[in-house]
Design a protein around this ligand. Sequence first.
Ligand SMILES: C[S@@+](CC[C@H](N)C(=O)[O-])C[C@H]1O[C@@H](n2cnc3c(N)ncnc32)[C@H](O)[C@@H]1O
Length: 375
Amino acid sequence: MEIEHSVLDRYSEGADERQPDLCCPVDYDASLLKLLPQEIIDKDYGCGDPSRYVKEGDVVLDLGAGSGKICYMAAQLVGDKGQVIGIDMNDDMLALARKYQPEMAEKLGGERVKFVKGLIQDLAVDLNEVDSQLQQYPINDAESLIRHQAWQQTQSSKQPLIKDDSVDLVVSNCVLNLVEDSDKTKMIDEIFRVVKPGGRVAISDIVSDEFVPKHMKEDSSLWSGCISGALQEQEMLDAFVKAGFVAVAYDKWEADPWQLVEGIEFRSVTITATKPKNAPCLDVGHAVIYRGPYSEVYDDEGHVYPRGQRIATCARSFELMTEGVYGDDFIGITPKVLKEPTSWCAPAGTLRPASETKGGIHIASSECCSEVDCC
Ligand SMILES: C[S@@+](CC[C@H](N)C(=O)[O-])C[C@H]1O[C@@H](n2cnc3c(N)ncnc32)[C@H](O)[C@@H]1O
């Protein structure tokens, strides 16, 4: 509880006046900053640039949006068919971000960004609704508490703030570390819940090279300063894999630590991951070849790909291995004539004889010679 108060107080101060201690140097895309009001740029408390992963048409959710900088950058990239939602728990930060909404809507040629009040560890709860409910029905005894909890449960299931499978890309800039350790698993499960199947995450945050000792975690200044709440570097990736994400990777990993405290290095990283599609495993005769340079690799679902071998895959895995982050590492082979679909998940290492895919279509992203990646 003390930690939560310190985070609220520190970012209320940060909304009011620039806090240089909370800034970590970031190399943003200068062309996207041109449209932004100076106050938004000055009150930047990020540690990376997840806006680089935004695509046209995306519905983007920014966790812990702060002054709204990443939201307003993303809004320029999603175009008029996309949408950006910034979520933050702090009224002062929300007020700062919303202050520039009309100006930015005019510059962008439309209202593409909205800011909502919520906790990133419970994306179903609309804290604006909670505020209104508590004004009307204050909690002053056990009975009013029980009534409030029942209302909250119904509200979250019937009108969740962020719906299941509704977001193309979840971004965040230096916020996950601020959430209590006991809520971090729930927070990543919530991210998984709201991302569309096939959707992505790009999270810039701070990680530590060693586990952070208890006395540092109990230091509210170190915690609210984005230091001692950091997950250890392997723990961070494992948490995303455990939640069900695949293709989990450190896309950026700053060589120089941002802070060194009691010998522990705290550095900025950017994690990317994909939520797999929940399509059934159907075999129509696909194969993929891992290009190398490693002798073999495994994916997050336990499949093994020895270098250069034609490995049988179901249609769902084929799509995953030949698109997005895996795409450059694999050659995909679609048979000349697709087989009748059969329900089948290839056991790890199953080979597809060349005779079955001969004359088929090869998908080779890194050598693509046309817009459709087919050579
Ligand atoms: C370090 S600042 C980063 C702000 C912004 N992402 C940026 O790049 O400038 C952290 C922000 O996350 C918000 N925050 C912290 N914990 C939160 C939580 N559990 N739920 C929602 N917002 C939270 C804070 O209010 C603050 O605005």
